[in-house]
Design a protein around this ligand. Structure first.
Ligand code: PAF
Length: 294
């Protein structure tokens, strides 16, 4: 595995692979790699000849009161994991390489609408930071395929929209969320949980799957389902940020055109903010017309 820290050296190495007719899959990460990231790498390997992984803790997507400094940086351990997975190229730039004039003077990419709801409401500017860095990394790597986790479902939707709107010739692949045996979605933030919080944390997935079962059984009062779920999270010891039943494509309210429903939640356990989601295909025979009146 070769590691590059500058865009120029990365470009020239990838140019050689491209000249040999090899396809390139890209997995952008912020490091502190766990099994969920390695699933993305495995999917990337199954799709292309060359796998490029980036590790960059992007300051532009952290709010002033968020955990940028505390974000775990584990480059040596991450390198070992990527090497064992057969990754050929690691790109690990510095903040100065990515934002030479400082991040506030940098051009930003904004995906309207999708970036403003759900996590976008409680983390203003977060998704502009994500779409800006992903756009920039895409321009540096110029991959054929890029792989993202479905755990960050809103992020995945925003990247798909950006790629479509800006006519980027990149196939975006989503990979199912990796979970611990008790259902907790794998996340770098799980490492912040104390043992009591870790015991409670899988409740978020239980509440999501309970809600999905209720919808699958025909319960269609979504407002009631959402408020019941928020209550369940509160009772378990979470401070819910949102619990929302949405159209999986637009992340707006479910309506007659919805083909798939996404149920998304964000909640804090102490100071750790966890997110998760589950999805459900809409049975075309359902009478979704009822929903418009709710
Ligand atoms: O999902 C992440 O780890 C980050 O948001 C990403 C896509 C690497 C951009 O910094």
């Amino acid at each position: 595995m070769r590691t590059y820290t500058t865009a120029a050296s990365l470009r020239s190495a990838l140019g050689e692979f491209r000249c040999q007719g090899q396809s390139i899959a890209f997995v952008p990460t912020m490091g502190n790699l766990h099994e969920g990231h390695l699933d993305l790498v495995r999917r990337a390997r199954s799709l292309c000849d060359i796998v490029v992984v980036s590790i960059f803790v992007n300051p532009l997507q952290f709010g002033a009161n968020e955990d940028l400094d505390a974000y775990p940086r584990t480059l040596a351990a991450d390198k070992e994991k990527l090497f064992s997975e057969g990754v050929q190229v690691l790109y690990a730039p510095t903040v100065e390489e990515i934002y030479p004039e400082g991040m506030h003077k940098h051009t930003q990419v904004q995906v309207p609408d999708l970036s403003e709801t759900l996590c976008g409401s409680s983390r203003p500017g977060h998704f502009n930071g994500v779409s800006t860095i992903v756009n920039k990394l895409f321009n540096m790597v110029q991959p054929d395929v890029a792989v993202f986790g479905e755990k960050d479902f809103q992020q995945l939707s925003i990247i798909r929209k950006m790629v479509s709107d800006l006519c980027m010739p990149i196939q975006i692949e989503g990979v199912a969320t990796a979970r611990d045996a008790d259902g907790l979605a794998k996340s770098s933030r799980n490492g912040y949980l104390n043992s009591e919080q870790r015991r409670i944390a899988p409740t978020i997935h239980e509440v999501l799957t309970g809600c999905r079962e209720a919808i699958a059984c025909g319960f269609d009062n979504f407002l009631q389902l959402e408020s019941h779920a928020r209550m369940q999270l509160l009772q378990a010891g979470f401070e819910p940020d949102y619990f929302a039943i949405r159209d999986a494509r637009t992340l707006r309210a479910v309506d007659e055109s919805t083909e798939e429903i996404a149920i998304l939640a964000a909640a804090r356990l102490g100071s750790t903010r966890l997110i998760d989601n589950v999805r459900l295909a809409v049975n075309p025979a359902s009478d979704w017309g009822m929903l418009a009146t709710q």
